[in-house]
Ligand binder design. Structure first.
Ligand code: BG6
Length: 478
């Protein structure tokens, strides 16, 4: 049996986001964020993918699972102790912007919010766990959405700058790994969460989308520069939703189509954030769609100066493309489209499972950028069953993770510089795309059900003990 080797100091851990786990909806002067107005259940995905969402809460019609999350706000000590028991070196989390600036446009930061994250970081450090912090993970203040139009509005850059300065100054001795925008390129498919606005029917979606991206690129560069100045020993990365695009067959027309989709979805944002310039290929797209980006003098220089130190990315699935899809079945669940890949199985939510695709992704990203890579999300959303004796035998999750960890080891042998791995939803939490609790990713089970019932009790799944061994052996015991 082949022995897999990971470098000394490899950053093993787990990943989460504030809005999907904290709860504490009304506490600590927190303001309303985008996830707070997204309903739970299957309706959520269609809201995310359709035009005309109004960002209002409608309790007569919907439930709002993010309001309670898994109550990490009160239970963080218990949860962090469990992460420590698994041997986590790092814990990826986000700061909820609305805990620090409840409406987004205040002039001073909210002390209660700042103090909450002080407590969380201190607790992590008690066990020697380094926080990896996403600055903006689908949780923009709703006030900025309603009053300013989200990232379409240049003023939001100023509010974001105020936010990042507040958190860098406050946590400069506590946080050494940062990331700017979670899955920034997801704005291409779900602008509500990433860009803070809903496409309206009458609008051409591309113009506002790319204008909003431009503002995020400027904001990201401002954050990178501020981070380097305020915390010189910190590293700050971008965060990309990466799904390698395969051509369905060897017809050159399909190969070209797959290449175009790959560049457009996987590389456009990363090119700007890592290389510091808009890629040449996007000019043709802008021209063909009459897109004109409103830029201020100095923006391009700023973008050039504020390039990231590493690439964080999520990897769940690959995507298979063909120019004319008419005769082929769609890949049901893949949020980013494509057709069914005959070589792959899929999860219960239709996400195609492709460990080799992670090796391909790591090699492609490293070939293109030559900066350190960090797999900051990967995992299997599945239905778990609690047996009568209380055990949870999630062998399917172990199989999934084992395959992907092996793929990372292979890519390291291929020459890729990989910093670490934080598997998604290390503790069960609310699903981002479906608002369900039943779509579970965790090593730790949380007793919370889709109908809102449950005690919130935490239980260790089989995968908990398996991952603990993986970390203790630095990836040798898979
Ligand atoms: C990523 C997001 O898209 O995938 C997370 O960054 C999300 O917020 C994760 O939870 C898994 O997706 P889902 O929809 O299964 O929760």
């Amino acid at each position: 049996m082949k022995q897999f080797k990971f470098p000394e100091g490899f950053l093993w851990g787990g990943a989460t986001a504030a809005n999907q786990m904290e709860g504490g909806f009304y506490e600590g002067n927190k303001g309303l964020n985008i996830a707070d107005v997204l309903p739970g259940g299957k309706e959520r995905l269609s809201i995310l993918q359709s035009p005309g969402f109004n960002f209002e809460i409608d309790r007569d019609k919907y439930s709002y699972p993010n309001h309670e999350g898994i109550d990490f706000y009160h239970r963080y000590k218990e949860d962090i102790a469990l992460f420590a028991e698994m041997g986590f070196k790092v814990f990826r989390m986000s700061i909820a912007w609305t805990r620090i600036f409840p409406n987004g446009n205040e002039l001073t930061a909210n002390e209660e919010g700042l103090a909450f994250y002080d407590r969380v970081f201190d607790e992590l450090h008690k066990y020697g766990i380094e926080p990896v912090v996403t600055i903006s993970h689908y949780e923009m203040p709703v006030n900025l959405v309603k009053e300013f139009g989200g990232w379409r509005n240049r003023e939001v850059v100023t509010f974001f700058e105020r936010y990042v300065n507040a958190i860098f100054n406050r946590y400069k001795n506590k946080v050494k790994y940062w990331m700017t925008f979670n899955e920034i390129n997801s704005g291409l498919i779900m602008p509500i969460m990433g860009l803070g606005f809903s496409i309206q029917k009458e609008e051409d979606k591309y113009q506002p989308t790319f204008q909003a991206f431009h503002h995020q690129f400027v904001a990201s560069s401002i954050a990178v520069k501020a981070c380097h100045e305020i915390i010189p020993d910190a590293q700050i990365g971008c965060m990309i939703l990466y799904a390698p695009v395969y051509s369905y067959d060897s017809n050159p027309k399909n190969v070209m189509y797959a290449l175009q989709e790959e560049r457009f979805f996987n590389y456009f944002c990363a090119d700007v954030q890592v290389r510091g310039e808009y890629p040449a290929f996007i000019n043709r797209f802008f021209k063909e769609h009459n897109i004109e980006i409103d830029m201020k003098d100095g923006d391009l220089e700023l973008i050039k100066e504020g390039t990231v130190d590493y690439i964080g990315f999520s990897y769940y699935m690959s995507r298979t493309e063909i120019k004319d899809k008419s005769d082929l079945e769609n890949s049901q669940g893949n949020l980013i489209g494509g057709v069914k890949n005959p070589f792959l199985k899929a999860s219960d939510w239709g996400w195609e499972i492709d460990p080799e695709g992670l090796r391909i992704s790591l090699n492609q990203l490293y070939d293109r950028y030559q900066v350190p890579l960090f797999v900051v999300e990967n995992g299997l959303g599945a239905y778990d069953k609690v047996e009568e004796d209380g055990s949870i035998n999630d062998h399917y999750r172990i199989d999934y993770l084992r395959g992907h960890i092996k793929a990372m080891a292979e890519s390291i042998e291929d020459g890729v510089n990989l910093m670490g791995y934080t598997s998604w939803g290390c503790i069960d939490l609310v699903s981002a795309s479906s608002g369900e609790f039943s779509k579970r990713y965790g090593f730790i089970y949380v007793d919370k059900q889709d109908d809102g019932s449950g005690t919130l009790e935490r239980k260790k799944k089989k995968s908990f003990f398996w991952y603990k061994d993986v970390i203790a052996s630095n990836g040798e015991k898979l």
